[in-house]
Ligand binder design. Structure first.
Ligand SMILES: [Zn+2]
Length: 456
């Protein structure tokens, strides 16, 4: 009967002959009293990983030296002379790795390298990946906590400042080094583009908030819409759309104040990854803000045709937020909405001007005035929504999940006091965009290694 179990590491030569061995852990086999005793405990697993990694690192360490044959100063031969211990942070464990010191046999030149100087970082790229992924979905402090829990201990490399630094390095690298689609993308005949902005609280004392722009590009057939029936006031059931999921999409985001340069460039990259060619018809939905239309304009040259549509969702929201006190006047304003629904902005404006004359309260007047301005500014992009809906064409962003909600709000507004700088938020937005675009699994390695490792 087996009494103990032992984990051994064996060192083999080129003929597979065992030339050394090291005991990692020995455990007595006994009857588990509870499920806690089944298998190795969390702490034991980390210990085993630590010892296994050390065993491998000890053998790899002969290769950790500067890759030079002769002294860069006097060209004499170099001699290995002892080791220096150097920090290395693996995914779950921290290590001191031996690196070889080189001394010149002719002059006083010497090389005392480290994992940092040899590779550009002490952090294994897969730990950087985990840090980015964790911080993409929660605060830096929560990410630190979560990573430490998995490692069963507090590691300095997982300190929230270190995680933030990793994200900024990786995100800023991704921002200026977008990776074009690696596979051959099928050309898209139709693409849908939505550009929208979201506001986040600013850290700077003289500004309350700043705007982050996002865009999402997808093929219309990739909206996986679910339907449901809802009971109406008259007791009848009516078919309602629920916000659908986009089964494939490409996102871009920018927190920079750079005259839209970044968001324009990234939106083009995103569209190309979804199959944009000179033959593509792009339908763009926007909330009506001037800067959003300007982002759409960036695609003009790259597509066959761009159809610009003022997003019905935003029009409907504006009317929903009116809530005028006088019921008759409110009803009249509602008529304006139905004129817009049928693509008649002139008639809608006429109604709203009547509403404006009928109102007495200043606050309500201001609301209507701003609605009139909004319609005037976007008049040429107001279409016959009713007809588009009948034809099954896209006319509103509310059929798919909101990009602003998923890219910005879910990360930036979780906690009351979350405040941001443009420089701090921008890189994080790049990582969130990559993850949301399902690009991360293909691109993390290239992005993280490019961002953190010393160029070979
Ligand atoms: Zn020398």
């Amino acid at each position: 009967m087996v009494n103990k179990i032992r984990i051994n590491v064996e060192m083999l030569d080129e003929n597979d002959k065992v030339i050394g061995s090291e005991i990692i852990k020995t455990m007595r086999i006994k009857k588990p009293q509870t499920l806690l005793d089944v298998g190795y405990r969390h702490s034991e697993q980390i210990e085993i990983l630590q010892a296994l990694q050390d065993a491998l690192l000890n053998q790899q360490s002969v290769f950790f030296h500067e890759d030079i044959e002769e002294c860069p100063k006097c060209h004499s031969k170099l001699a290995k002379k002892g080791y220096t211990k150097s920090d290395f942070n693996a995914v779950f464990t921290d290590h001191k790795v031996k690196v070889s010191r080189l001394y010149c046999t002719g002059c006083d030149w010497k090389s005392i390298p480290s994992i940092l100087s040899l590779f550009g970082t002490t952090v294994h790229p897969e730990l950087s990946k985990l840090q980015c992924e964790n911080a993409a979905t929660r605060s830096y402090r929560d990410a630190a906590k979560s990573l430490n829990q998995v490692c069963n201990g507090t590691r300095r490399v997982n300190n929230h400042d270190r995680i933030k630094h990793t994200c900024e390095t990786v995100g800023n690298y991704a921002s200026i080094n977008p990776i074009a689609s690696s596979e051959k993308v099928r050309a898209a005949r139709q693409l849908c583009l939505q550009v929208d902005g979201g506001h986040v609280k600013s850290k700077s004392p003289d500004k309350r908030s700043f705007e982050v722009l996002t865009s999402v590009v997808f093929k219309p057939e990739n909206i996986d819409t679910t339907y449901s029936y809802e009971e109406q006031d008259d007791g009848e059931l009516a078919l309602k759309y629920k916000r659908g999921k986009l089964t494939s999409k490409q996102c871009a985001a920018s927190a920079l104040s750079d005259n839209l340069a970044h968001i324009k460039a990234q939106t083009i990259v995103a569209a190309q990854k979804e199959g944009l060619t000179k033959n593509t018809h792009v339908t763009a939905l926007c909330d009506g803000a001037k800067n959003c239309w300007q982002v759409v304009n960036a695609l003009e040259e790259k597509a066959r045709k761009v159809t610009r549509i003022l997003d019905w969702f935003h029009i409907a929201m504006k009317f929903q937020n009116l809530s005028l006190k006088d019921a008759a006047i409110q009803e009249n304003a509602k008529h304006a909405k139905w004129f817009l629904w049928r693509g008649k902005p002139q008639q809608a404006l006429k109604r709203l001007n009547e509403v404006l004359l009928a109102l007495t309260e200043k606050k309500e007047k201001v609301k209507i005035k701003s609605l009139i301005t909004y319609i005037k500014n976007n008049e040429e992009h107001i279409v016959n929504y009713e007809k588009r809906k009948e034809q099954g064409k896209c006319f509103t962003s509310h059929l798919a999940e909101s990009n602003v909600e998923s890219l910005i709000n879910q990360r930036c507004k979780g906690q009351q006091h979350m405040r941001w700088t443009r420089e701090g938020l921008h890189p994080l937005m790049q990582i969130r965009s990559l993850i949301a675009s399902n690009d991360w699994c293909r691109q993390w390695e290239q992005t993280i290694c490019g961002a953190t490792l010393r160029a070979a």
